[in-house]
Design a binder for this molecule. Structure first.
Ligand code: 13P
Length: 248
């Protein structure tokens, strides 16, 4: 029985029509899947309720971001309490697109992790190095630094709700995947770091993201420290996403 997690990050894609079509197909095809994989759908927050209604039980839902603030005069933001209220159980925090396009710092990431935990959401903490950082030989330092800062403030009881996603920035949306060996090596580094931080490291799911496709998923998921995937582009094609879930 698989204990893997496969999460679909739809990013800023879709429409009510696509939600209906994609969710319907995923539901129909995955209903027959009995490999135990946990499937998390992370649509744009505006469509979360529609996905919820369409997909029914058997799936987990997430949002792509929450505010670091509790509530109030923060125009345009969505709170962790709201995400939990409408049925999300996961939240992506610190995705590289948020770090790069919205200037999210490690400090903000750690505030968001705390806020998510306070409202019963599982933070899916995204970390990853750029190509320049990798070429300079700093990948492990960058990634481990991001993990450590994101999780600095959490309590001993919070580890059971934490998921970490390693997404090398150069592999996101580029068709370039880390080799299974490279991904495994980084996941091992992250797991060793979690142990040093006092986590029950073997039980914290570590997902790989970055150009995961049906033809490379199985090899990635076969690695001992890769506990599943965070899927972007391929999660918008029902057949591809279903095949990735079948590989888990
Ligand atoms: P792609 O699968 O499109 O490379 O995106 C990965 C990602 O950013 C998931 O969060």
């Amino acid at each position: 029985m698989s204990h893997k997690i496969v999460a679909a990050n739809w990013k800023m894609n879709g429409s009510l029509d696509l939600v209906k079509e994609l969710t319907g197909e995923i539901k129909a095809q995955l209903a027959k899947l009995d490999n135990g994989v946990k499937v998390v759908i992370i649509p744009p927050a505006l469509y979360l309720r529609d996905v919820h209604r369409e997909i029914g039980s058997g799936f987990e839902l997430g949002v792509q971001n929450v505010s670091q603030w509790e509530d109030g005069a923060v125009t345009g933001e969505l709170s962790a309490a709201m995400a939990a209220d409408v049925g999300a159980s996961y939240v992506l925090i610190g995705h590289s697109e948020r770090r790069q396009l919205f200037g999210e710092t490690d400090e903000v990431v750690s505030e968001k992790v705390a806020k998510a935990l306070a409202h019963g959401l599982s933070p899916l903490v995204c970390v990853g190095e750029t190509l320049d950082e990798r070429d300079a030989g700093h990948a492990v330092d960058v990634v481990c630094g991001q993990v450590e800062k994101a999780l600095a403030g959490i309590g001993p009881d919070d580890w059971k709700n934490i998921v970490v996603a390693y997404e090398p920035v150069w592999a996101i949306g580029t068709g370039k995947t880390a080799t299974a060996e490279d991904a495994q090596r980084m996941h091992r580094e992250i797991r060793d770091l979690l142990a040093r931080l006092g986590a029950p490291a073997d039980t914290v799911p570590l997902l790989y993201g970055g150009s995961v496709k049906p033809d490379n998923a199985a090899e990635l998921f076969a690695q001992p420290d890769i506990d599943g995937g965070l899927i972007g582009g391929a999660s918008l094609k029902a057949d591809d996403f279903v095949r990735i879930c079948q590989s888990a």
